[in-house]
Structure formats: C-alpha cells, structure tokens
Design a protein around this ligand. Sequence first.
Ligand code: SF4
Length: 351
Amino acid sequence: MQQIASLTRAEFDERARGLPSAGKIAGAIYRQALREGRFEPEKHVVGDVAAATWRGRFALTVPAARCHATESGATIKAVVELGDGLEVEMVHIPMGHGRHTLCISCQVGCKMGCRFCETARLGLLRPMGAHEIVGQLLVARRTLGWAFERVVFMGMGEPLDHPEVLCQVLRVLTDPGGLAMPHDHLTVCTVGVVPGIERLGELGMKRLNLSVSLNAANDALRDELMPVNRRAPLAELQGALAAYRQRANFQLGVNYCLLPGLNDSREDARDIARFCAPLGRVLVNVIPYNPGNAPLTRAATDDEVTRFVVWLREEGLRVRRRVTKGRESMAACGQLGNVELRDGRRRLPVR
Ligand code: SF4
C-alpha cells in the first residue's frame, strides 16, 4: 500500500497506471489528497469495485492531533499522533499581518543531544516517513483549520539526519499538482549535518531557505553544547555552508540561542563574525534561551539580549532579535518534546 502523501504527482501517476479511469482522474485524486487531506476514489469512479481497486493500491493516513496549549499572541502547539501511537509536536506561529508559519517535526525525538534542547532529552525514538512529515500539513489544515503560508523544519528532530526523506518531502510539498508551495516559503533548519547540507545543495531548489543553528562559534564550547560539532567542527561546517550558496542573493540564516553566562560574551560576538565572514549574505537570529524542564541556564534579560545584538552589529553583522513566542506553553524553540511525550515513550514500543 502506497501512502499518497509520500509521492510526487508524477510518482502517483506512475503507480496509478492500470487502475480504473487512472488517466482521467489521477490528477484530481492527488490534488484532493494533498490539498484537502481526503482520499475518496468513490467520488471519482463509478462502482464500489473500481473504488476498492484504488483503495487497494493507495492510502492517505492523516494523523490525529490535539491542541496542546494556547496563549496570548496565539502561538499554538499541537500534539500529532502517528499511526503507531508515537507522538510529535508542531507549532502554529503568527508572523504578523495575518500571516502564519507552521513549524513541523521530522523525527520522533532526536539523537543529536543538543544540551539546551528539550527534544534531546527524549532521545531518538524513530525517524519519520515522508508521508508522516507531510501529514502534519494535512492535519494542520484539515483537522485544526490552521492557515499558514510558510513551513519551517525546526520542530522535533534534525531534518538532515535523513536527507533523502527530507528531499522527498520538499519535492512533494512543492509539486504543482498538489500543495504547490513556493520554494522560498520553506526553511530547513539544521544543526550542521555536513553530508545533509551537501545533499540538499544537490537537490537544486535554488530558492529554498536554509538556516543553521550555530549557538557557539568556537569549537570548545560548541563541542560541549552540540555534540554534532565533534563530528563536523566549525571549519568543516563553514566550508559546507560556503559551498551551499544556491543563488547570488542567497541569505543564510544563522540562529543563535543566547545562553546567559555560556555564549553571550563580547568574544563570542567576535567569533560569530569570524565564522560568518566567508558565508556571504547572512542574517543572525538571536533567540533568547527558553528554559525548559531541566534548564541549562536562566533566560536572558532584555538588557543582555540588547547588549549582545549591539555587539553583533558592531561586528558588521545583520541581526534580528527573535521575539520569543510560545514560552508559556513550551511551544518555543528548543522546547518541543515535553514530559507528556516522554511518558508516552515509556508506554509505547520503540522501533
Ligand atoms: S536542537 Fe534540534 S538537532 Fe538539537 S537535539 Fe534539539 S531537535 Fe535535535
């Protein structure tokens, strides 16, 4: 049985070959599945037998979801239940002027072990299939009624841990026969998985957005905060990012979670500037740390964030201070993967 949400339109057509009226109705079935989250072949063919033939070859599993918390400002976190009962989280983030971004997960848990991250405390339970990752968009629209224009791969799990799955998801989301998302409405956020960055470059989606979670710009500190750095130190990551540039006006996002007392010194600001220097156009997003259930440090004060932003600007960097959205409901960056999910881990078999 093939999950429709894991296929591009061309792949769907290919696999539908020989089914009743395939040449006439495949496009409509695919479009309805991806845009409305419905697979209803009986509405397109005459007779139960013909419909059953379609159902025998394809399935569309739209996961269940429940909103976990809502707060002022309307950042909403939802828990998405996958077919085997394991759960991931996604977040609906208001961006102003009525626009929204959907932040989705790529894995159940994560093996990367970043020390400031709640998801890391879950460990990796299992990767997600392409249809499960795409399924988050379907459930967001169909079940939760969320509207969104942009998608960021910044929820639970490192998206480039399984680059082939991510590349397939990107192909499906941008396929004109289905969701038809513009490439520049998608942002992949990585902690710096170098082979994954190289694979993403080969995909050739020139307008795709890429951001890297830097969080420390010297190897000693980054080794400590983000174990991925022991495999691919900063010089290697810098080389991969410099080689990635897909278009002349490409702007790399550099995310920097500000951890008071750990990575917020004047020297840290200089290190960031040195790291970014060969990377062309860069926008540094300073993200105040969100203390979770086992905080690494405290939250930065407004004055501390402002001071660091000023230092970065003195170094000639373009900087955006990220407003923390969703901290009260544990829906903010680095806070996905809560106690409830950890309890779920104990209840459910790990594959
Ligand atoms: S920050 Fe991202 S890559 Fe690091 S542990 Fe958390 S989910 Fe995984």
